[in-house]
Design a protein around this ligand. Structure first.
Ligand code: BG6
Ligand code: MG
Length: 212
């Protein structure tokens, strides 16, 4: 395997913001009287903000909502989420993650981010990790979210590599699907290690260094 670049998902791989997404969506759902639990929250991983809202609205049984109202709900959720993200600091990223990214750079391997989140840069700034990435591909530069490969294909392009020269590190099934359909090597961590489509499974972030 001659991997020249690594593309990392953000939530669930580099940082753990699931709990903040949950709290923010839960506040919005409670106010609307919509049933929402952690199991539904799990379905939102890797999915864009507006698609996430549609999944939550599967449990909404009131009058049809206008597009305007939906945008208002998603904006409300994002405001709550951003306030929660404000509490993040450098301590929210482990030394293991920082050291592994450093080691990749030292080996001459390119490092990119491939996240569906429009808040990706903000999060990386909060945890002081923006400099560790050669390029950022996120929710602001895509029209289709995972399992569509767009976010990863763009990330590969940003670091001037072919998709086949890149490995994607993902914790979500939809992200593994996106990597495979984008013709990339799919490395699973966390939840995604239960997925057969992954090419390689790791239990610890530093095991990435065994691949290259
Ligand atoms: C992904 C998360 O990283 O970003 C999803 O896994 C989230 O749960 C998506 O819905 C969009 O995030 P944001 O920050 O643009 O609302
Ligand atoms: Mg993830």
């Amino acid at each position: 395997m001659d991997i020249k670049g690594f593309i990392f998902d953000l939530d669930g791989v580099i940082v753990f913001t699931d709990k903040y997404h949950y709290k923010a969506w839960k506040t919005m759902a409670d106010e609307m009287g919509i049933y929402f639990d952690e199991e539904i929250n799990n379905r939102l991983r890797g999915v864009s903000r507006m698609e996430s809202l549609e999944i939550i609205l599967e449990n909404y049984h009131g009058e049809p909502l206008s597009e305007e109202k939906k945008i208002e709900l998603a904006t409300k959720k994002n405001d709550i989420y951003r306030n929660l993200l404000e509490t993040m600091t450098r301590a929210d990223v482990s030394d293991e993650v920082r050291n592994t990214l450093d080691s990749l750079h030292q080996k001459g391997i390119k490092v990119a981010l491939g996240s569906s989140s429009k808040n990706a840069k903000f999060i990386l700034e909060k945890v002081e990790l923006l400099d560790a990435f050669d390029a950022i591909s996120d929710g602001n530069n895509i029209t289709n979210s995972k399992p569509d490969p767009e976010v990863f294909v763009k990330a590969a392009d940003f670091i001037h590599l072919k998709p086949s020269e890149c490995a994607v590190v993902e914790d979500a099934f939809s992200g593994i699907d996106a990597a495979k359909s984008g013709n990339m090597y799919a490395v699973a961590i966390g939840d995604a290690t239960n997925y057969d489509k992954a090419d390689y499974k790791i239990n610890r972030f530093s095991e990435i260094l065994n691949i290259c």
